[in-house]
Structure formats: structure tokens, C-alpha cells
Design a protein around this ligand. Structure first.
Ligand SMILES: Nc1nc2c(ncn2[C@@H]2O[C@H](COP(=O)(O)OP(=O)(O)O)[C@@H](O)[C@H]2O)c(=O)[nH]1
Ligand SMILES: [Mg+2]
Length: 144
């Protein structure tokens, strides 16, 4: 199984990837790490640079938006990847952006559920935003 781009844990429709997680745990030897592991998640609005920041910080390879192919949603659902050369075993979680045009203004169910999932499961939740968005409501993820 290819682990470079991480593994889609939950797809855009909210379906949990049970088989993928099993393969991921085998391929990364996650099961052998016992209780000694950490999970870092990132939330924030679409195209705020979440995937880029995770890739730079944790040496993962989550899909990033290519501006030459138009601006839009890249990360769908929730992706996980093992961070290389970090001890203890650390998993980075990359989230579909909140406030996306693709889901429309009335469909906030996925972003609410996925944010709650991040808060429940991760040891550290990064909230990514542009500094000019501090003080704004949706752009700063305040509803969450
Ligand atoms: N200028 C600038 N562009 C960035 C920065 N971080 C990411 N980007 C670009 O912003 C776009 C969206 O980044 P991406 O990581 O896909 O955002 P995500 O939707 O939040 O995961 C990509 O084209 C990145 O190359 C940054 O710090 N400065
Ligand atoms: Mg992304």
C-alpha cells in the first residue's frame, strides 16, 4: 500500500475506511507502538495552507492545492499519515477545509462533525488561519 500521500481515513461522505486503517496500521507498524503515540490534527478554512503546513512541519505528503489548476477543494474528508523521523510515533491528520464553496453555506454538518472528531481524537489540534483573519468569525473558525 502506498503510504506517501497518507491514507484517507474518512471520505467526503463521512464513511470510515476500516480496511485502509488496518493496512495503515500494518504498514506503519502502528499497532506495535502500544500507548506511546501522538496525534496532531489541523483545522481551518479551505486553502488556508493546512496541508502545506503539515507537509513542511511533519514531512508528510498530503495533497496540496495547485493554483495553476484553479482554486478549489483539494483535501476531501480526513487523511492521516505517519510522520517520518519523529519519536514517539506521531500521526498527522489533515482535514477537509471548513467554509468551502463546494459544500455550500447550508451544509456545515461535515465540518462540525470533523472538527469534533479532531478535538476528540487528537492530542494537539492546530487551528490554521491567516493573521488578518484573527477577529473574524467564520474565517477564524470561531463557530467551532
Ligand atoms: N503565499 C503563500 N501561499 C501558501 C502558503 N501556504 C500554502 N500556500 C499555498 O496556498 C494554496 C493552498 O494550500 P493548501 O495547503 O492546499 O491549503 P489547504 O486547503 O488548507 O490544505 C497552495 O497553492 C499553497 O501552495 C503560505 O504560507 N504563503
Ligand atoms: Mg488540504
Amino acid at each position: 500500500m502506498k503510504m506517501e500521500q497518507g491514507m484517507q481515513l474518512i471520505d467526503g461522505n463521512g464513511k470510515f475506511n476500516v480496511d485502509g486503517l488496518k493496512d495503515f496500521m500494518t504498514a506503519t507498524e502502528f499497532a506495535q507502538s502500544g500507548l506511546s503515540y501522538a496525534i496532531v490534527a489541523i483545522i481551518g478554512s479551505q486553502s488556508s495552507g493546512k496541508s502545506t503546513l503539515m507537509n513542511q512541519t511533519f514531512h508528510t505528503n498530503f495533497e496540496e492545492m495547485d493554483a495553476y489548476n484553479g482554486r478549489g477543494q483539494t483535501t476531501k474528508g480526513i487523511w492521516i499519515a505517519k510522520c517520518s523521523d519523529i519519536d514517539p510515533f506521531t500521526i498527522a491528520m489533515d482535514f477537509e477545509g471548513t467554509d468551502s464553496n463546494q459544500r455550500g453555506e447550508d451544509d456545515t454538518a461535515f465540518e462540525k462533525q470533523s472538527t469534533l472528531f479532531a478535538l476528540a481524537i487528537a492530542d494537539v489540534v492546530l487551528i490554521n488561519m491567516w493573521y488578518k483573519d484573527i477577529g473574524l468569525e467564520n474565517a477564524a473558525s470561531r463557530p467551532f
